[in-house]
Design a binder for this molecule. Structure first.
Ligand SMILES: *Cc1c(COP(=O)(O)O)cnc(C)c1O
Length: 218
């Protein structure tokens, strides 16, 4: 418990002013999240809709829930009433459904566009061309119930720090460009337990930390 608070503090103090530490609680029980909550942590990230929903139901209502994983279109409706930020918008069809569900819930849903920065084939995310195309449509007013707040990316899982740094640098450049085009572009979500220090050095202000806070997952 004391250790958990200490770990949270360790990551929090590394953030820039106004930055957010997302405690990634996927696969971890609600009781453990509650302990982190009691340390003062309010931002939690999950990557599965069912799990997010179940935890939301049993945990305090002032938690800000972040959806960070690949999101299926037909599941958006389950999180639309309460999700605080969706980091993983990686295709137009998904954004359309988020917009539709936000309207149904009479709210605006804040989102990040997830950009594919890793060279690995397996990672989700918009290519730069697809990103620009979607951004055009967003700027044209096609998604009135969605508020774009920034970008998210995952770097390659490689010990090559120069490569990871390059990937983060590229995302930061896109983020700065976006910030010059639109208001309310506040969040650059990049960095996990293994690479958050590089991400912060390259300009991240939202980091998503799982194992570094809660220990290894099974
Ligand atoms: C699991 C996950 C994280 C956290 O990973 P750790 O290495 O445990 O810090 C961050 N971002 C996303 C998208 C994840 O799925």
């Amino acid at each position: 418990m004391k250790n958990l608070c200490k770990q949270l503090e360790h990551y929090r103090q590394a953030l820039p002013e106004g930055g957010i530490l997302v405690a990634v609680s996927k696969t971890k029980p609600a009781a453990l999240i509650r302990q982190a909550y009691d340390c003062g942590q309010r931002d939690f990230g999950e990557n599965k809709v069912q799990e997010l929903r179940a935890k939301h139901e049993v945990l305090p209502s002032d938690i800000r829930w972040h959806m960070i994983g690949h999101l299926q279109t037909n599941k958006v409706k389950y999180i639309a009433p309460f999700v605080w930020l969706i980091h993983s918008v990686d295709r137009e069809k998904l954004l359309r459904e988020i917009d539709r569900q936000a309207a149904k819930n009479q709210r605006t849903i804040p989102v990040l566009f997830q950009i594919k920065i890793a060279r690995e084939e397996t990672k989700f995310g918009l290519s730069e061309a697809a990103y620009r195309d979607l951004l055009e449509k967003y700027r044209a007013g096609e998604f009135p119930h969605v508020q774009l707040r920034g970008l998210m990316g995952m770097a390659s899982l490689t010990p090559d720090k120069a490569q990871v740094r390059d990937e983060f640098t590229r995302l930061k450049a896109l983020f700065d460009e976006l910030g010059a085009l639109l208001p309310d572009i506040d969040y650059l979500s990049m960095g996990m337990t293994g690479d958050y220090d590089l991400a912060l050095a390259e300009g991240a202000n939202v980091i998503r930390i799982g194992s570094g806070i809660f220990g290894a997952r099974d």
